[in-house]
Design a protein around this ligand. Structure first.
Ligand SMILES: Cc1cc2nc3c(=O)[nH]c(=O)nc-3n(C[C@H](O)[C@H](O)[C@H](O)COP(=O)(O)OP(=O)(O)OC[C@H]3O[C@@H](n4cnc5c(N)ncnc54)[C@H](O)[C@@H]3O)c2cc1C
Length: 398
């Protein structure tokens, strides 16, 4: 799908910064587990944290298409660094801008746009992952317009370095999905503590934190979206907003996989086995064929989902679920085969491939697993929801 000249220029800029500032530092931060601060600084200097934030708040006011472009280019070099952008583009700040009040916008949007503030996402709990409506985090009334928040969030990406965390929680009187809403809590507020960090197989420079919330004072100014104990509407709105994050996740998978495939092509052209470059072997070419088909398919599905969002809109759920599923599965295939094509070197830490392989594996859980996406796609199709096939009438509409 074509890009306009501004989008092409943005891609070029992101690729340049990625190649010059992000890629060369990625191995080191993967080893140390430190947040890639120098890379973040370079992205901020290039105004790349401003992409989706409104111009009123110091952003560029661009949409999901542009977010996907930059995320793809940065993830080509390093998924951990791309995740810092993902939080700024498609994480809590997007929700704050669309759903939040003036105080929240003033407090957070300008500093997210400048790259000085990370807001983590606190949805998952030990007993509420895919079944997020089982969450225990809850508000207790503490006077007019005041509450106390108690809960435990166990997979908040970059929570240990964040300035604030978006917490999904239940309003007093709610049950199940009824009453779930969201608040934004500064990490330095009394009662908020980081109790640990996960040591995952990948994404070492953007790890997930465990966050305890013990009787944290909450006021109306912290509320992103109030839960109504008699309704699931707020919960549905929050879920719909995750489609931004899912598209960003897909873009990062596509970028990391594209980077891996390009490395594999270069390697296969150079590596001579039995007197011929392995790129000339049909067995290797068939791998490239499978990789290219999967990757291009995912890219097309993502392009459709982000374009359908339109200016200021949200990517539609079915198209988003298809794009995330295709991108997660394509990235697994492409990164695995790229490693295989490198032979034993692909498995070595001296080459960037094994890092991409480990990193994209984590992306297959974040923002809803492949199984969760398939449940939604499958049940939608079974109900008669049309895909884009010409002539397939949407049987869910009258
Ligand atoms: C790298 C990484 C970053 C993350 N970042 C964040 C973050 O910033 N904020 C946050 O809140 N959370 C985050 N998460 C958590 C993530 O959203 C959850 O891991 C995910 O939603 C799955 O929940 P779970 O791990 O509890 O698995 P479970 O829900 O326990 O599921 C276990 C397995 O069963 C499958 N399964 C569950 N239900 C069904 C079903 N009905 N049908 C078929 N299969 C099913 C799942 O797909 C999975 O394979 C992150 C996770 C990872 C790995």
């Amino acid at each position: 799908m074509g890009e306009d000249p501004d989008q092409t220029a943005l891609r070029e800029l992101a690729r340049q910064i990625g190649g010059r500032e992000v890629g060369p530092r990625a191995g080191e931060s993967d080893e140390s587990g430190e947040v890639p601060r120098e890379a973040i600084k370079a992205l901020a200097t290039a105004d790349l944290f401003r992409v989706t934030i409104g111009t009123e708040w110091g952003g560029l006011g661009l949409g999901d298409v542009e977010a996907a472009i930059v995320l793809e280019e940065i993830a080509r070099f390093d998924v951990s660094t791309a995740i810092c952008c993902q939080l700024a583009y498609n994480g809590p700040s997007r929700g704050i801008e669309h759903l939040g009040g003036q105080a929240l916008k003033e407090r957070y949007l300008p500093t997210v746009a400048s790259g000085d503030c990370i807001i983590s996402i606190g949805i998952t709990e030990p007993d509420a992952g895919s079944a997020v409506q089982n969450m225990r985090a809850a508000l207790r009334a503490d006077g007019p317009g005041r509450w106390r928040l108690n809960g435990y969030k166990n997979y908040s990406t970059l929570g240990h370095v964040a300035s604030a965390v978006l917490v999904w929680c239940r309003w007093p009187g709610g049950d199940g999905a009824k009453g779930i809403g969201a608040v934004v809590v500064p990490m330095d507020r009394d009662g908020v503590s980081v109790t640990g960090r996960h040591r995952g197989m990948g994404i070492h420079a953007a790890t997930e934190a465990e966050i305890a919330l013990d009787d944290v004072a909450i006021t109306e100014e912290d509320v992103l979206l109030a839960g109504d104990p008699g309704s699931t509407e707020s919960f549905k709105t929050l879920l719909a907003h995750l489609n931004h994050e899912r598209c960003g996740n897909a873009a990062m998978c596509i970028g990391a996989a594209q980077g891996a495939m390009e490395l594999a092509v270069t390697y296969a052209r150079d590596r001579v086995v039995g007197g011929r470059p392995i790129a000339e072997l049909q067995g290797i070419q068939w791998k490239f064929a499978d990789m290219a088909v999967a990757l291009e398919g995912a890219r097309l599905l993502l392009g459709r989902a982000v374009r359908l969002a339109g200016p200021g809109g949200t990517p539609p759920p079915l198209e988003t679920a298809m794009a995330k599923t295709a991108a997660n599965l394509a990235a697994k295939l492409v990164c695995d085969e790229s490693m295989q094509i490198h032979g034993g070197y692909g498995y070595s830490r001296e080459y960037p491939l094994e890092r991409a392989y480990r990193d994209i594996r984590g992306l297959c859980f974040g923002a809803g697993t492949v199984e969760a996406q398939k449940n939604f796609i499958g049940s939608s199709v079974a109900k008669g929801k049309a895909t884009s096939s010409p002539g397939w009438r949407d049987q869910t509409k009258g």
